[in-house]
Design a protein around this ligand. Structure first.
Ligand SMILES: Nc1ncnc2c1ncn2[C@@H]1O[C@H](COP(=O)(O)OP(=O)(O)OP(=O)(O)O)[C@@H](O)[C@H]1O
Ligand SMILES: [Mg+2]
Length: 672
């Protein structure tokens, strides 16, 4: 009983939450839809009334003959019935279109809410949280497909007004012309059928949404098989068979659970409800027939009673315009709310200490990680464990460490994308949380390891480093020049205005290394326009050896005065840093200058020696390529030579990758 009460409460609560969303469709539209649905609910009853009166008038009309007043009465009731039928036919499509409009409006608002929640999140936690990602995936799929959305649930909810108006009116007619207990019995049977249908869908729907992770997995395999992104590897590694087999297995596992549950949910209750409905409706109709036979009710009353009873019983079916919509739309809306709450929960963890300080000019002495602990939400494994680290202002600190050592995590904490779970980060002795998050972030120019490749123009891709100055073409060109990508971008069909995505008209695709230089340019653009901390997480991973060397030749120039944090697996990059820190097991195990660390002969020295052997081979290979390049170079001389840079856009040597240097083979590749 307690469970039953709770389930009724839950159902009412879901309907109420959807009902609260309805007004976002606009007062005028919602009112029109309610009125429309009320009318559509009453019209079938008007039809039943008119046809029943018509049947009652037939004997008198037959006796009176064509043209008699009784005949005219018959025709009048026929006209009313026909009008009720006709208006119903006209209004039904209007109801559908208005419902669709309401759904779209509400879904538009829901989209805005999702985007708002996603962008409002201070940290990155919600967008890396699997539970929230599941919610988001479910909602986005439904919105993108325009199927099972919260908006459709709203339209479905209003469509129920028509159905239940009709049911109540039919029961009222039965009660009025025949007997109130019969009306109640019919209501009970109809609602029992509805419970069988709608309740079953509810249980079934919960199963569907419980299996989101499994569905996501299946969808991932399907998308991987169809979309071009993985096409190369699937073919080269011969993954096609494995992929389709895996997809089939996951899908089958998911569906067999659904099929088994569906039998359990629908079959037995269906038999019970049908038996109950059969007995009650059979008894009611038999009693009605017996009463009519005894002459206690008129022919009109008999026709009314019969038609109204059948109309009521028919409403025990499932409602295609409302049931799946409300059920799955409610789930979609649950997903929206869960995502919003999840974001809000994460945001509560972002602390703002008072009084709020202005980070302008910071850091002037150092950034200090003081006994910083960190583990990702949902995981107990510490990534950083009592980490002590100092980044001196105006100097370059490099962090090295094996994969998974926590280097990128360090960057996320510095950018306040996550909050430490213990310890503090101090900027010139002040807790980082004393600075406004947005103000603090404006101090940082960063290239993330998985930096973004915006499907926008080259200028936008660089200008995003300081959005308020994104229109300053001169500065954008200067940053591109420093990153060694200007000549390449100038060669694109529309120069810096070329969209960096082939799917757009006039768009071009860059190579991995060229993209990385665009990202470097973005960070440098930030640095030139207000940021004073430069964070480079694997900035040269995709650059060829020479381009990397050229970048670091100019590194000191480019980062002059900035506090730089350089993360790299390439020791050729790392050795340029003023100070090198080795991270392992969540804390600093060694630190010092390149020479000091080599002399100490610890982990750094070991890793350096390992790479130095390979690096020597690379160098040799690179020289061989240089020679080949020189022979086959057909580019007009000087295209990318220092002199080709517009005057004033940085020093002549500001093209660190040497775009016109004989060896810059990658840079001279025509960009398609
Ligand atoms: N969003 C996340 N949620 C949970 N765990 C994460 C998340 N991101 C990283 N981790 C885990 O935290 C640890 C540190 O990851 P991090 O990315 O900081 O390593 P890294 O030192 O940058 O490695 P790499 O050299 O491969 O870039 C890893 O074990 C990783 O699995
Ligand atoms: Mg990393």
């Amino acid at each position: 009983m307690k469970n039953y009460v709770r389930s009724v409460f839950d159902i009412c609560d879901s309907y109420l939450r959807i009902a609260r969303l309805v007004p976002s469709g606009g007062a005028g539209l919602v009112t029109s839809l309610i009125v429309l649905n009320l009318v559509l609910g009453l019209l079938p009853i008007v039809f039943i009334l008119a046809t029943s009166v018509m049947i009652g008038r037939v004997p008198a009309a037959v006796t009176g003959g064509v043209g008699s007043p009784e005949w005219r009465n018959l025709v009048a009731s026929f006209m009313v019935a026909a009008a009720a039928f006709l208006v119903q036919q006209i209004l039904a499509p209007v109801q559908e279109s208005f419902g669709e409009l309401l759904a779209r409006r509400v879904d538009g608002r829901v989209y805005q809410r999702l985007i708002g929640a996603s962008l409002s999140s201070t940290g990155i936690g919600p967008l890396e949280d699997q539970r929230l990602l599941n919610h988001l995936a479910q909602v986005l799929t439904s919105l993108d497909q325009g199927f099972r959305t919260a908006g459709l649930a709203c339209a479905g909810l209003l469509a129920l007004v028509a159905r239940y108006t009709q049911l109540l009116a039919a029961a009222f007619v039965v009660g009025y012309v025949f007997a109130w207990p019969a009306a109640l019995a019919l209501l009970a049977v109809t609602m029992a059928f509805r419970r069988g249908n709608r309740g079953g869908l509810r249980t079934y729907g919960k199963l569907w949404s419980r299996n989101v992770p499994m569905r996501r997995e299946g969808n991932y395999y399907r998308a991987t098989a169809i979309q071009p992104a993985a096409g190369k590897e699937i073919r080269v590694f011969g993954l096609a068979g494995w992929l389709s087999d895996r997809y089939r297995r996951v899908r089958l596992a998911f569906l067999s659970e659904i099929w088994a549950e569906r039998r359990r949910i629908y079959l037995k209750p269906y038999i019970v409800y049908t038996a109950f409905g059969f007995v009650v409706s059979g008894v009611t109709l038999a009693l009605l027939a017996r009463t009519a036979a005894s002459g206690a009710i008129t022919l009109t009353q008999l026709a009314l009673g019969l038609q109204a009873s059948l109309a009521a019983l028919r409403l025990g079916e499932s409602f295609p315009e409302a049931d799946t919509q409300t059920q799955y739309g409610m789930f979609a809306y649950d997903g929206v709310q869960a995502f919003e709450h999840g974001v809000a929960d994460f945001d509560e963890k972002t602390v703002q200490l008072e009084p709020q300080l202005d980070p302008k000019g910071r850091p002037s002495s150092e950034i200090r990680f003081e006994a910083v602990d960190f583990h990702y939400p949902g995981s107990a494994r510490p990534v950083l464990d009592k980490l002590d680290l100092v980044l001196p202002a105006g100097r370059c600190t490099a962090v090295v460490g094996l994969n998974g050592a926590g280097k990128t995590t360090l960057v996320k904490l510095l950018g306040r994308l996550y909050e430490p779970t213990g310890g503090r980060i101090l900027v010139d002795g002040q807790d980082i949380r004393s600075y406004g998050v947005d103000d603090w972030r404006r101090r940082i120019g960063v290239i993330f390891q998985d930096f973004n490749r915006y499907e926008l123009t080259a200028a936008d891709n660089i200008g995003f480093g300081a959005i308020e100055l994104a229109g300053d073409r001169r500065k954008i060109r200067a940053a591109a020049g420093r990153a060694g990508i200007l000549a390449t971008l100038d060669r694109l069909p529309e120069g810096l205005d070329t969209p960096l995505a082939r799917q757009y008209k006039g768009g071009a695709e860059l190579s991995g290394g060229q993209w990385q230089r665009v990202a470097i340019a973005r960070a440098l653009f930030a640095l030139e326009n207000g940021a004073s901390i430069l964070v480079l997480d694997e900035p040269t991973a995709a650059l060829d050896v020479r381009a990397e060397a050229a970048f670091f030749d100019k590194f000191v120039d480019v980062t002059r005065g900035a506090t730089a944090l350089l993360i790299s697996h390439r020791f050729s990059s790392v050795r340029h840093a003023d100070h090198i820190v080795v991270l392992a097991d969540g804390h600093v195990i060694e630190q010092g200058s390149h020479d000091e660390l080599l002399a100490a002969d610890g982990r750094y020295a070991e890793l350096f020696r390992l790479q130095a052997e390979r690096f020597a081979e690379d160098e040799a290979e690179s020289e061989a390529v240089d020679a080949a390049d020189l022979q086959g170079d057909s580019e007009p001389a000087g295209e990318g030579s220092p002199g080709a840079e517009p005057a004033g856009e940085g020093s002549p040597g500001a093209e660190p990758a040497g775009e016109g240097s004989p060896g810059a083979a990658a840079e001279r590749e025509p960009v398609r």
